[in-house]
Design a protein around this ligand. Structure first.
Ligand SMILES: *Cc1c(COP(=O)(O)O)cnc(C)c1O
Length: 372
C-alpha cells in the first residue's frame, strides 16, 4: 500500500497558482462592476475566442452541451431527422441530438484514431439524414477532409463536437472551423476550463450566428421581442473574465500536454498488452487514453489505485448500449467502439505534470500488465 499522496487524473492547482493574482483581480473587477450576465467581459471574450479560432463569429453560452443543442437547433434539426455520430463519446453528444427530437445514428469508429470512421458514415446516410456530428475525442482531430467530402456530396450539415479539442488543429486550422458550427466546452476539466460551466459556438456563417445568438437568450434578437422558443444559455461575466485570463496560456498548456504524451509514449513503448495513442499533428491530449488487452480492467484500476495512481475509464459503455438507447438501437453493431469501451483506461495528464510522476504511473501500470 502506497502511503504517499495519490497521483490524481487531473491537477488544476499549478494552473491556478500560475494565474492566482490575475484571476483574483478580474473577479474583483467583475464584482465591483455589478454587471454579472452578458456584459463587456463576455463580449470581449467572444472577440478573443473568434480571433484565436479564426472564425467570423464566436458565441458564448452556458455549456458545451448547450453549444451542441443550439448549433443543431440553429441548423433546423428536429423531429424526423437523423444525425450521424460516434457511439464512443460522452453522452452529451447523443443527448443533444435526442433533445431536439432527432435520432442519433451511431456509426463505428476507426481503430487507430478512435474517431468516427468516414467510410462507415457514407454507408449510414439515408433520405432522413440531415447532419454529421463528429467528435474530436480526447483532443485528437477527426478525419475532417473525408467527412466534409461526404457532407458536400450528400447535402449534409456538419457540427463538430470540440468539447475536448479546444486548440487542436488540422494542417494549422482549428477544429470546429471545418463544419457549419463548432461546439466547445469550458467545463473546468477541459483544456480551456472555467471555474464553473461554460460553452461556445464558432461559425463563419452570419445568419447561423444571428440565430444562435437569439436562441441562447430566449429566442430574442431584441430584448422582450421574442421570436422563437429559445433557451436561457448565457455565459456569465465571472466565467468570461476568468476564461480571458486563461486563453492566452492555452497554447503553452496544450504544448505541455503533448510533451507529457510523448513521455508516456516512450515509457510505455514495446509492451504488447498496452496500446498507446500516437502523438499525431494537432492532437491536444485532453486525455491520454491507452488500451489494455488481456486483463481485468476493474482489477487493474483497483491495483493502480492501491499504488497511488488514479485513472478513469472514458467511456465504459458505447452510446448505443446505454439504457436509454439499447432498445431503439438494438440492431446497431459497432464492434470497434464496443471493444474500445472494454479496453480503454485514461492515465493522469495535465500540462505541468512532472516526469517523476509519469515514471511512477508507468511503473505501476507495467507492473500489472507489462510483458514485453
Ligand atoms: C464535456 C463534453 C461535452 C459537454 O460539455 P459540458 O460543458 O459539460 O456540457 C460534450 N461532448 C463531449 C465529447 C464532452 O467531453
Amino acid at each position: 500500500m502506497n502511503t504517499q499522496t495519490p497521483i490524481p487524473v487531473l491537477d488544476l492547482t499549478p494552473q491556478l497558482n500560475q494565474l492566482w493574482d490575475d484571476i483574483n483581480r478580474v473577479i474583483q473587477k467583475v464584482l465591483r462592476s455589478t454587471h454579472f450576465i452578458m456584459g463587456p467581459e463576455v463580449l470581449a471574450f467572444e472577440g478573443e475566442a473568434a480571433r484565436y479560432l479564426g472564425t467570423r463569429h464566436a458565441i458564448a453560452c452556458n455549456s458545451g452541451t448547450d453549444a451542441l443543442v443550439i448549433s443543431l437547433k440553429a441548423l433546423g434539426i428536429g423531429p424526423g431527422d437523423e444525425v450521424i455520430t460516434t457511439p464512443f463519446t460522452f453522452f452529451a453528444t447523443a443527448e443533444a441530438i435526442s433533445h431536439l427530437g432527432a435520432t442519433p445514428v451511431f456509426v463505428d469508429v476507426e481503430e487507430a484514431s478512435m474517431n468516427l470512421d468516414p467510410a462507415l458514415v457514407e454507408q449510414a446516410v439515408t433520405s432522413r439524414t440531415r447532419a454529421i456530428l463528429p467528435v474530436h475525442l480526447f483532443g485528437r482531430p477527426c478525419a475532417m477532409d473525408a467527412i466534409l467530402d461526404i457532407a458536400r456530396r450528400r447535402g449534409l450539415k456538419v457540427v463538430e463536437d470540440c468539447a475536448q479539442s479546444f486548440g487542436a488543429r488540422i494542417r494549422g486550422k482549428q477544429t470546429g472551423t471545418f463544419g457549419q458550427m463548432g461546439a466547445y466546452s469550458f467545463f473546468p476539466s477541459k483544456n480551456l476550463g472555467g471555474c464553473g460551466d461554460g460553452g461556445l459556438m464558432a461559425t463563419d456563417d452570419d445568419a447561423l450566428a444571428e440565430t444562435a445568438r437569439a436562441l441562447r437568450v430566449h429566442g430574442s434578437r431584441k430584448k422582450y421581442h421574442n421570436e422563437t422558443v429559445g433557451y436561457n444559455s448565457r455565459l456569465d461575466e465571472l466565467q468570461a473574465a476568468i476564461l480571458r485570463v486563461k486563453l492566452p496560456h492555452l497554447e503553452a498548456w496544450n504544448a505541455g500536454r503533448r510533451q507529457v504524451a510523448e513521455r508516456y509514449g516512450k515509457l510505455l513503448a514495446g509492451h504488447e498488452a498496452i496500446l498507446v495513442p500516437p502523438v499525431v499533428e494537432g492532437h491536444v491530449f485532453h486525455q491520454y487514453t491507452v488500451r489494455v488487452r488481456g486483463c481485468d480492467r476493474d482489477r487493474l484500476q483497483a491495483k493502480l489505485k492501491e499504488d497511488g495512481v488514479e485513472t478513469m475509464v472514458y467511456y465504459p459503455v458505447p452510446c448505443h448500449r446505454l439504457k436509454l438507447y439499447q432498445q431503439s438501437h438494438a440492431h446497431v453493431a459497432c464492434p470497434r467502439a464496443e471493444r474500445m469501451c472494454s479496453e480503454v483506461i485514461s492515465l493522469p495528464i495535465w500540462p505541468e505534470m512532472e516526469a517523476d510522476s509519469q515514471v511512477a504511473v508507468a511503473e505501476a501500470l507495467l507492473a500489472q500488465v507489462g510483458r514485453p
